[in-house]
Design a protein around this ligand. Structure first.
Ligand code: AGP
Length: 627
């Protein structure tokens, strides 16, 4: 959701900004722009375009036509004001005294705009960002009268701005009279700094690591209320008191190719195929073996066995697919550990009065670690003194840093907007936690723990087997790409997976779909079933198989066309449904990990058959950093 890139160095900035922005395309956007300056001149060239980055590339000959070695770029996902060139970033004040890009929302922008009008400023766009830029301009101009040097003047103006605005922001700023310098500031919107080697000479800012990987793997994560000043050879960081602060430089282990398609037509397909590897990487360091067999090792957490044993309640919070992981986790945790487990949407969690005490554990699940609602839910729990655990994919992200403890999912960078491999690794982490809790509570003995651990270790190979049958799903998807309505139904854990299958389909194929607990159909929804409606029935739980089949018969007799998803051996399904996909048998609590793959493939192939933009579906952003 909005992407920022900035570069100052010895190379031409515009091509670097554009290629960095392309690596942030996954975040979702509807317009883009760059501002580049020539070191010697005060002139700053701003080029903006509505729509895809390609339009900006065409206007600038892929950046080659814009001279200068210092600049900032932005992809905008419209919040205030329609997608247009006027509303696209960078925004600037008169004579380009201040030029800036912004990710986030300035909540009190209307009130600030009124004040600015009285001072003679004219706000041209409909954006909150332009208001922040003009306000910064006014502070910067006031400071000119105070005899400060250029750095003090800028830092003071930025700090003043940060104190005055409410909301969230990551900012990249150029001051017209400071060539070769980029300033950056953040609160509640991600921003990192990339530091090139001394030989390469250059520094960058970006919303996310992939944007800078073409030039460096050395990263500094900016925290809330920090300000950075970058020149081609130096990076200085300051707190809100204007004091210089030291921050560690982290070396990123994965490289540029991890964020490339690797021969696949789309990132989503690549990421679907990476699931066995991602699951293995997430699992193997956490399963150890001693003379009694395999056991779960979560020693990365700051809690001991007794701390787990004391827990009386687990609350799982997330958005979208992360919430669906929570829905599946509830069955696993309650079944294995017999601890009450509640699941909530992060966007709702804060608006009720969640009941939590010191024996509660709140688990926040998030791929990006930056989702605004999930972060807000985490902060609420921390204010209330409740233990928090983050399950996060992006190392160093806000949720990972702010939670009491974090378990990373080692999925690697996920670029496609529709999550696949991050979802699968999140499931793995909740299984590990459920087993750990069950063992701590004395609900399972060492031999059961070892048995479950071994079964988990077999999942990557079983996932490979599901993937090897993908053409079968492709054939069915091609046939079904004209569908208008699809229902996903299941019971128990299969209901949780129905929700994820339905979300996958709607987000990338734009087909209306709904997930229902199969037993609920009769209570209203069955009235929507008519000739040709596709119903996907998921029945991986042996004890619920027959019940789901009865529900399938009910919809078949009303004209529905049926896709059945079950495990090998449940061949009775062939008598009921029109098309079946089988997944290998596994422990029933882990079957979600296998059943999700055909559903991801179904959504993927339907999206391809409809000729849609699989990786960047309309209106969606990878990382939802606004509420
Ligand atoms: C999943 O395919 C979606 N793109 C979306 O629902 C996503 O899971 C949700 O926005 C949460 O994101 P997070 O995991 O980064 O917090």
């Amino acid at each position: 959701m909005c992407g920022i890139v900035g570069y100052v160095g010895v190379k031409q900035a515009a091509p670097i900004l554009l290629s960095g922005l392309m690596r942030l395309e996954y975040r979702g956007y509807d317009s883009a722009g760059i501002a580049v300056r020539n070191d010697s001149a005060e002139h700053i060239e701003v080029v903006k375009a509505k729509g895809r980055l390609k339009n900006l590339m065409d206007m600038t000959d892929s950046g080659r036509a814009v001279a200068g070695c210092c600049g900032i770029g932005h992809t905008r996902w419209a919040t205030h004001g329609e997608p247009s060139v006027l509303n696209a970033h960078p925004h600037f004040s008169e004579e380009k005294r201040v030029v800036a890009v912004h990710n986030g929302i300035i909540e009190n922008y209307q009130e600030i705009a009124e004040t600015l009008k009285k001072k003679g400023y004219v706000v041209k766009s409909q954006t909150d960002t332009e208001v922040a830029v003009l306000l910064l301009d006014s502070y910067y101009a006031e400071n000119a009268k105070k005899g400060m040097n250029s750095c003090e003047r800028a830092l003071d103006a930025i700090t003043h701005l940060m104190n005055r605005v409410r909301g969230s922001y990551a900012l990249g700023i150029l001051f017209g009279d400071q060539p070769g310098v980029i300033y950056a500031a953040r609160k509640d919107s991600p921003l990192i700094i990339g530091q090139c080697t001394a030989e390469e000479r250059g520094n960058l800012i970006a919303s996310d690591v992939p944007a800078v990987l073409g030039l460096t793997r050395n990263i500094i994560y900016m925290e809330n209320y920090e300000i950075a000043r970058l020149t081609q050879d130096e990076i200085h960081l300051y707190n809100m008191d204007g004091e210089e602060i030291e921050k560690p430089v982290v070396s990123i282990q994965w490289d540029e190719t991890a964020a490339e398609k690797d021969g696949y037509e789309h990132f989503m397909m690549k990421e679907i195929h990476e699931q066995p590897r991602a699951v293995r990487d997430t699992l193997s360091p956490r399963i150890k073996e001693d003379e009694q067999g395999e056991y779960i090792d979560l020693s990365e957490l700051p809690w001991k066995q007794e701390d787990f044993a004391e827990l009386s309640r687990v609350v799982i919070v997330g958005c979208g697919s992360a919430y669906h992981v929570g829905c599946a986790a509830r069955y696993v945790i309650e079944s294995l550990a017999a601890i009450p487990c509640e699941v909530d949407l992060a966007s709702e969690f804060r608006y009720r009065s969640p009941i939590m005490d010191e024996q509660s554990l709140v688990i926040i699940i998030s791929q990006s670690g930056e989702t605004a609602d999930s972060l807000a839910a985490l902060r609420l729990c921390r204010e209330r003194g409740v233990k928090t655990l983050a399950i996060v994919n992006v190392v160093g992200s806000s949720i990972a840093r702010e939670a009491d403890a974090v378990i990373y999912t080692w999925a690697g960078p996920e670029i496609a907007v529709a999550t696949t491999k991050a979802f699968s690794t999140q499931l793995i982490v909740v299984y590990l936690l459920a087993i750990k809790l069950a063992a701590a509570k004395g609900r399972i003995d060492r031999s059961r723990e070892a048995e479950l651990a071994r079964e988990m270790l077999s999942l990557p190979e079983k996932m490979e087997r599901v993937l090897s049958d993908k053409e079968r799903v492709q054939w069915f998807a091609n046939k079904m790409s004209v569908c208008k309505d699809v229902f996903f139904v299941g019971r128990g854990m299969d209901y949780a997976i129905s929700m994820e299958g339905s979300l996958k389909l709607k987000e990338i194929s734009y087909i209306h779909s709904e997930a229902y607990a199969a037993g609920e159909l009769k209570h209203g929804t069955i009235s929507l079933i008519e000739d040709g409606v596709l119903v996907v029935g998921i029945a991986t739980q042996p004890d619920l198989f027959e019940k789901v089949m009865s529900n399938m018969v009910e919809v078949r007799s009303r004209g529905a066309y049926l896709f059945g998803l079950t495990t090998y051996g449940q061949y009775a399904i062939e008598d009921i449904v029109n098309f079946t996909v089988y997944v290998p048998r596994t422990e029933k609590l882990f079957s979600t990990s296998l059943a999700i793959i055909p559903l991801q493939l179904l959504a993927y192939y339907i999206s391809c058959a409809k000729g849609l933009d699989v990786d960047k579906p309309r209106n969606l952003a990878k990382s939802v950093t606004v509420e």
